[in-house]
Design a protein around this ligand. Structure first.
Ligand code: WAQ
Ligand code: MG
Length: 279
């Protein structure tokens, strides 16, 4: 599902105020409001479509004027993977949260240059998907920089879903937002050449972000942005010199199903995380 709306760009708004006559065909820019994707048995389609539409029309970023839904029959048998282990760090301000993200990403093997490039891009916002950044030289590798890479064809089977829901419930974080982000990060990190991910939501009300990496699993970082900010985004850090096309094909097209759940824990100190890598 993809929901968007058309807005007049700020520049045009200013120009318009200075004009005596209203121009007839002001250019409109389409902005991304929300998106969602998943892999479901056909018996679930009606329920999921209803849920996606509900989400699109009641999104905190505003009411869309276009919703595009597409449903595809996937013939390939999904590859089965395990979800990443979940932990949360303690943080209370965006600057503290960013320091933690930087520390964890560096310890996962991402250069400072690449981390700063990602933070800058995410702060700017506006991407519909994720940026693919080389972990050392900080080169942007995705072919379409406006769109980014949209991870799709990912799901969780019914029994893993139940186990995950109950594990997250123990820490009061059993929400669709956390589950969807964890499923996405687990697919992303399952690709051999992806080292880590950084994510900040673009929802103005959702201030918890995360980093995910092969080293540490899924680490939630509260208050990574201020309430009210509509900018967010995702960056995937990849090894230098990889075959980008193959990587993007995996993220966008390879069906992945989570069938096993790693442990879900509560708040853990950053030192404990650094000293106890997950793999
Ligand atoms: N593939 C790639 N990038 C995506 C996708 C996707 N399927 N969906 C969203 N993005 C990018 C896009 O640039 C969005 O602007 C940005 O990520 C944020 O998306 O455990 O809600 O859906 O509590 O706003 C984190 C949960 C929630 C942390 C993240 O992201 C926790 C979230 P949003
Ligand atoms: Mg969002």
């Amino acid at each position: 599902m993809r929901a968007s709306k058309e807005v007049k760009s700020e520049k045009l708004k200013v120009k318009r105020q200075n004009l005596k006559f209203k121009p007839q065909n002001l250019k409109l820019t389409e902005i991304h409001v929300s998106g969602a994707e998943g892999l479901y048995p056909s018996s679930e389609i009606q329920r999921v479509v209803r849920k996606y539409i509900e989400r699109a029309i009641s999104h905190p970023k505003g009411r869309p004027d276009k919703i595009i839904l597409s449903i595809e029959d996937i013939k390939e048998k999904p590859k089965e993977i395990e979800s990443l282990p979940v932990r949360t760090v303690h943080s209370q301000t965006p600057s503290e949260a960013k320091d933690i993200a930087i520390r964890l990403l560096k310890a996962s093997g991402v250069s400072e240059k690449a981390i700063h490039a990602a933070l800058k891009l995410i702060k700017k916002g506006g991407l519909r998907g994720a940026s693919v950044i080389s972990a050392e030289k900080a080169e942007r590798l995705e072919p379409d920089e406006q769109r980014g890479v949209r991870v799709s064809r990912l799901g969780i089977d019914a029994s893993a879903f139940r186990i995950l829901s109950s594990g997250l419930s123990e820490h009061g974080i059993n929400t669709d937002t956390v589950k969807e982000a964890l499923i996405l990060a687990s697919k992303v990190i399952s690709y051999k050449d992806i080292i880590a991910e950084l994510c900040i939501s673009d929802d103005p009300d959702y201030t918890t972000g995360y980093i995910a990496s092969k080293e540490f699993g899924y680490i939630r970082i509260p208050d990574i942005k201020l309430k009210g900010s509509k900018t967010g985004g995702r960056a995937f850090f990849v090894k230098e010199g990889i075959a980008v096309g193959k990587c993007i094909n995996y993220l966008e097209r390879k069906p992945i199903m989570i069938n096993k759940v790693s442990p879900c824990r509560g708040i853990v100190s950053i030192d404990e995380i650094i000293n106890s890598p997950y793999k």
